[in-house]
Design a protein around this ligand. Structure first.
Ligand code: SAH
Length: 463
C-alpha cells in the first residue's frame, strides 16, 4: 500500500519539517513485519509531497500468525500488499513525533491547518464507497475514490474491495495522521494481529479530539477493536464519559480522565499485585522500587495492610509519590501506616526488615546482571520477607506491538526482557537456593501462544 501526503501551502517544504523527514533522503523504518520506505516524489516551495510505501515481509507476517487463520490462508493472502493495520504501525513509527504534536525546528507549524491532499493506493475497504464517505466526510474531507476491478482483463468478474482514494482537507498534520492511523484499519476491518487492552488505549489516545463527536464512532470502535465485545463496551463507555464531561476545570477533568483510564494496563497490573498481596494475608508490605507510588495508593485503601513502606532509589520519584499521596495532608492515622524511604535494592538495609511481604513491580528489568544478583542477595538472602511478588514484562508478547522492531525493548531503560521460560528458570533457581516456593501467573489478557503482557512470580518462604 502506498500513502502520499501533499500540500501546496507555501513554503510547501514546511511539510518536511512537520514530519521530521529530510526531503533529500530516502529513509526506511522497520516495523514488526517489514519495512516502510519514506521518500519525496515532489519537493518545491510550491508543492511538496511525501510518500510512505509498505514493504511487508510475508514470512514475518506468517510468524505472527493469527489462530483464526486456516492453514493455507497464512500463505495465500493479500496481507503483504495491503496490510492496512501495518500501515498504521508504519505511520506511527515514521511520523511519531508529528503525531505527538511536536516540531522541533518550527513549533509554530503544529497548530496550523494545512491544505492537504492524501492519496491512498490499494486500500482495502469493506463497505465500499459509502463506508469511506461515512468515515472521512464528517471530519471535513472531500472524498474521491475509484475501485479496482478484480481483474482488468475480465470485467465481468466485477470489482474488488480495493480502492484508490483521494482525500482533500484543511487540517493540521497531527490531526491528519491521527485520522489515518485509526481509519485505515477500520476501512479494512481485518486486523491481522491480536486485539488487546493496549488497542483501547491507542484508540482513546489517537481519537481523543475527534472520535467522541464522530457520527460513526460506534462502528469505528467496533471495527477497530474487531468486535471483541468486552473491549468495545469498555471503549464505548470511555468515549461516552469523555464526551459527557467537556469544559470541566482541570482537576475535575483530570479525575474524570483517571476514572476513564481505570483499566489501563498498568493499573490493571497494580490491582492484580494488590489482590495477590491481600491473598497472602500479610499485614505489612514493602513496595520496593515504588516509583511514583501508584501501588502504595492501592495498598493504603486496604485496611489489612497496617504497615506500608515505599522505597525507591530516585529522589524525584519519591517526591512525586509524596505529592500524589498527599502525605503532608494525610490524617495522622493514615500517616502512621506509611513511610517513604530513599534507598537501593543493592545494599542490605535494616529499614526493610520486619515486612511480611515485598513487591517489586516492573523493577527487575531495570537492573543489569550484577545489580540483579545483588538484589537477589539483599532480598532473598538477607531481608527474607515471607512473601515476595515480582512482575516483569513477558517478552514473547512484544510481537503483538505493531510498531516495535524485534531487537527493541519496551522501555529504553530496560536491561533485559524475559520470555516466560527465562523468568521461570530464574525464579525457580532463586526459590530453590533461598528456601522459597514459587508460582508463576500471567497478568492481563492472554494472547494465543505468546501469553499475557506481564508475568508475575509469587514467592513464599518455606516454613
Ligand atoms: N513499581 C513502580 C515503578 C516501576 S519503574 C510501578 O510499577 O509503577 C522502576 C522503578 O525502580 C523506578 O522508580 C526506579 O527508580 C526504581 N529502581 C531502579 N533501580 C533501583 C534500585 N537499585 N533500588 C531501588 N529502586 C530502583
Amino acid at each position: 500500500m502506498l500513502l502520499t501526503i501533499t500540500t501546496n501551502r507555501k513554503p510547501a517544504t514546511d511539510l518536511s519539517f512537520l514530519l521530521h523527514k529530510h526531503p533529500d533522503k530516502v529513509q526506511q523504518v522497520e516495523i514488526s513485519a517489514g519495512i516502510a520506505h519514506i521518500f519525496y516524489p515532489e519537493v518545491s516551495e510550491e508543492r511538496c509531497s511525501i510518500g510512505l510505501l509498505l514493504d511487508i515481509d510475508p514470512i514475518g507476517l506468517v510468524r505472527k500468525k493469527n489462530e483464526n487463520d486456516f492453514a493455507l490462508q497464512q500463505y495465500v493472502n493479500d496481507r503483504p500488499y495491503v496490510a492496512s493495520s501495518l500501515m498504521s504501525a508504519a505511520i506511527a513509527r515514521a511520523f511519531g513525533t508529528a503525531m505527538g504534536g511536536r516540531c522541533q525546528l518550527k513549533p509554530e507549524l503544529v497548530s496550523i491547518p494545512f491544505p492537504l491532499e492524501i492519496q491512498l493506493s490499494g486500500l482495502p475497504v469493506s463497505g465500499g464507497e459509502e463506508l469511506l464517505r461515512s468515515l472521512f466526510e464528517p471530519l471535513g474531507y472531500t472524498v474521491e475514490c475509484s475501485r479496482y476491478p478484480v481483474d482488468p482483463q475480465f470485467p465481468e468478474w466485477g470489482n474488488s474491495r480495493y480502492f484508490s482514494v483521494r482525500l482533500t482537507n484543511s487540517v493540521t498534520v497531527q490531526q491528519l495522521l491521527s485520522h489515518l492511523y485509526l481509519l485505515i484499519p477500520v476501512c479494512d476491518n481485518e486486523k491481522h494481529y491480536f486485539v488487546g487492552q493496549h488497542d483501547i488505549d491507542k484508540l482513546m489516545e489517537k481519537g481523543k479530539d475527534w472520535l467522541p463527536n464522530h457520527p460513526a464512532k460506534e462502528l469505528i470502535t467496533k471495527r477497530y477493536l474487531k468486535y471483541s465485545s468486552n473491549l468495545t463496551n469498555e471503549a464505548l463507555e470511555r468515549l461516552l464519559i469523555e464526551e459527557e464531561e467537556p469544559g470541566e476545570d482541570e482537576s475535575v477533568a483530570e479525575e474524570a480522565f483517571e476514572n476513564t483510564r481505570k483499566l489501563r494496563v498498568h493499573d490493571q497490573r497494580l490491582k492484580v499485585v494488590c489482590d495477590e498481596l491481600l491473598l497472602t494475608g500479610a499485614h505489612s508490605v514493602a513496595d520496593l522500587g515504588c516509583g511514583e507510588g501508584k501501588l502504595l495508593r492501592l495498598l493504603l485503601e486496604q485496611k489489612q495492610f497496617k504497615k506500608i513502606l515505599g522505597m525507591d532509589v530516585s529522589h524525584r520519584s519519591l517526591s512525586i509519590a509524596h505529592e500524589k499521596l498527599k502525605t503532608e495532608r494525610m490524617p495522622e492515622k493514615q500517616r502512621e501506616r506509611i513511610s517513604l524511604l530513599q534507598g537501593s535494592l543493592m545494599y542490605r538495609d535494616k529499614r526493610l526488615e520486619g515486612y511480611e511481604a515485598a513487591a517489586l513491580v516492573e523493577v527487575i528489568e531495570h537492573l543489569d546482571e550484577p545489580r540483579l544478583a545483588a538484589m537477589e542477595k539483599v532480598i532473598f538472602g538477607y531481608t527474607k520477607p515471607v512473601y515476595v511478588i515480582i512482575t516483569t514484562p513477558n517478552k514473547e508478547y512484544n510481537v503483538l506491538f505493531e510498531s516495535m522492531s524485534h531487537d527493541k525493548m519496551r522501555h529504553s531503560d530496560h536491561r533485559f526482557e524475559w520470555t516466560r521460560q527465562e523468568f521461570a528458570d530464574w525464579g525457580n533457581r532463586i526459590a530453590s537456593e533461598h528456601g522459597y516456593n514459587v508460582s508463576f501467573k500471567s497478568v492481563g489478557d492472554e494472547a494465543p501462544e505468546v501469553g499475557a503482557l506481564t508475568q508475575m512470580a509469587v514467592f513464599s518462604r518455606n516454613k
